[in-house]
Design a protein around this ligand. Structure first.
Ligand code: 8YV
Length: 313
């Protein structure tokens, strides 16, 4: 049987890409010098797109592929894939839940500790020699503090378990209370933010979530409050966040995700009350290998007529 032809939109972990290339005929979109010409040539033969969460697949790309059957995503968030277009054409979409939950939740806690205990500032204090002159300024405890989780899905629940280990109180906000969860529930982001010391965004994103963490939410979080975002940049109104950080109407932020990655708003770099990460919450060898494997398993299942392991649609 001829190997199915797959359009790959960008690189991912080398070892996994090599296996994909043995199992399928892979066309590398990012290497094409003239993408429209390349798509005009290979487009009709492509039966699958393998894409990363950040690159997604928009309707314009899918339209170039008349025989497209499936889009498999390297990542759990499918906000950059046009699901409406896929649904209308009966194109299946898969993602990679569960395998990255632990690492993403760990990054949430790492950012929480890094902002509260000012880990990057402490590192700088040692390296710069400032320690010889004076101790670094005191930082903030996390134990005994109240953490609000915005979006209590798989990652949110993993964060809640970790936060309990740090002796934090945990509350959450979801559209509806989660069955079987004993944590206090708040119906909206403002009322949650008003009660907590740390607000961590863990929700999966779609267009309806744009700017959900806005000026009123940040005001409610207040001058002692800290925002952590390990979900998607679009959930936070960045202009409002930058203003709140500049004026110290919130204390600090720990951010793994932004609008316009990787070319983020340079205003973040000027601030000393943010800890920044390059969208790296799932960026471990173990997890990126598992993500690659699960993405491939979805492709193999599709082309052998089996149930998809992790379908979105
Ligand atoms: C990945 C992510 O870094 O899973 C997601 O939704 O944002 C991250 O785990 C990303 O998908 C890689 O492209």
């Amino acid at each position: 049987m001829r190997k199915p032809e797959v359009l790959l939109t960008g690189t991912y972990i080398e070892e996994e890409m090599a296996i994909l290339e043995r199992q399928f005929v892979v066309h590398r979109l990012w290497e094409a010098s003239d993408a429209p010409e390349f798509l005009a040539e290979v487009g009709p033969r492509i039966r699958a797109i393998a894409t990363r969460g950040d690159l997604g697949a928009d309707a314009a790309l899918m339209r170039e592929l008349p025989n497209l059957e499936i889009v498999v995503c390297f990542g759990v968030g499918v906000d950059a894939i046009d699901l409406e277009h896929a649904r209308a054409r009966g194109i299946r979409v898969t993602n990679t839940p569960d395998v990255l939950t632990a690492d993403v939740a760990d990054m949430g806690m790492a950012l929480l500790l890094a902002t509260a205990r000012r880990i990057p500032a402490g590192d700088h204090h040692v390296r710069s020699g400032a320690w010889i002159q004076a101790p670094m300024p005191l930082t903030t405890s996390i134990s005994g503090k109240h953490l609000g989780i915005l979006g209590l899905g798989r990652v949110g629940q993993a964060v809640a378990r970790r936060a309990a280990g740090f002796d934090m109180r945990v509350s959450y906000c979801n559209p509806r209370p989660r069955q079987g969860i004993a944590l206090p529930w708040y119906p909206d982001a403002v009322s949650l933010a008003a009660e907590v010391d740390f607000l961590m965004v863990c929700a999966s994103a779609d267009a309806s979530m744009r700017g959900l963490v806005n000026a009123p939410v940040l005001d409610a979080l207040g001058p002692k409050g800290t925002l952590i975002n390990i979900a998607r940049g679009l959930i936070v109104d960045e202009a409002a966040l930058l203003q709140a950080l500049r004026t110290r109407s919130i204390a600090a932020a720990g951010l793994d995700v932004f609008l316009n990655e990787p070319g983020i708003d340079p205003a973040f770099i000027e601030l000393d009350n943010v800890v920044l990460q390059p969208h790296n919450a799932s960026g471990t060898v173990e997890t990126r290998s598992a993500i690659g494997r699960l993405m491939r398993e979805n492709l193999l299942a599709h082309f052998s007529g089996q149930d998809l392991p992790t379908p979105v649609i």
